[in-house]
Design a protein around this ligand. Sequence first.
Ligand SMILES: NC(=O)c1ccc[n+]([C@@H]2O[C@H](COP(=O)([O-])OP(=O)(O)OC[C@H]3O[C@@H](n4cnc5c(N)ncnc54)[C@H](O)[C@@H]3O)[C@@H](O)[C@H]2O)c1
Length: 255
Amino acid sequence: MDFKGKVCVVTGGANGIGRCISLTFAKAGAHVAIIDLDKDQGEKVLVDITAQGVKGIFFCGDIAKKETLDKFAEEVIRTYGNIDYLINNACLSRSGILSGCDYEDFNDVLNVGITAPYMLSKLFLHAFAAGGAIVNISSTRSTMSQADTESYTAAKGGISALTHALAISLAGKVRVNSVSPGWIDVADNNVSHTQPDKSQHPVKRIGKASDIARAVMFLCDAQNDFITGENITVDGGMTKQMTYSGENGWVYEGK
Ligand SMILES: NC(=O)c1ccc[n+]([C@@H]2O[C@H](COP(=O)([O-])OP(=O)(O)OC[C@H]3O[C@@H](n4cnc5c(N)ncnc54)[C@H](O)[C@@H]3O)[C@@H](O)[C@H]2O)c1
């Protein structure tokens, strides 16, 4: 994988998975522009990006707002000219129907989780260099649910569908894929997880942000340019394990 001199744009780059993706690209020699609401953390990540000897941007703003997206894209294009990769990573949850998630909160999550990725794809469309790639961060929750998660789950279903739609619309210009993380511990502080937490994953551990960053880089890598419209699930096998009552240490206790 050769990312030297490439330009990578990451939403939600100040914390968690987005921070890890941003720093991994910077360490690989790519220039990295991040946008995030979190000013303090964003400024820290910018220092870490530029410490790698690459050019960085931290734009502080809310990607739910159209004018923020316009200004961010303008600054990125003015600074770098072209971009190579857009990583639509930022998302949030405002719970669901059981806790009364209302019109504004529901739409806020959709704006961050679906509309912003669409608008950024549109704003950068003419700025993508040859071999450009978009990677959308979805979730295993795009296809399965816990109760009271409608805002987040709808956003993740939406970004998964947006991925294959864009892959077809942008065919021959930009490849578009997604990564669906399972349970990722973004704390990066060696918290010890319980044995049941680990054991419910077929690989016997909880995910790390770096597991996601590597999958994103794989999808951006020009050598993998036969892949578009695809999703990679990175969940330690959790969504592949079928469990009946009495198996795998689990007994159904409902009626
Ligand atoms: N951590 C997990 O277990 C997990 C699992 C599945 C999917 N994901 C997905 O991975 C992505 C990153 O998750 P994370 O766990 O690192 O989250 P996080 O909350 O640690 O980080 C998200 C970042 O996005 C930023 N952000 C949120 N709303 C924003 C807005 N309106 N404008 C600008 N920035 C905004 C936050 O400030 C934060 O820096 C998300 O799309 C999330 O849904 C995470």
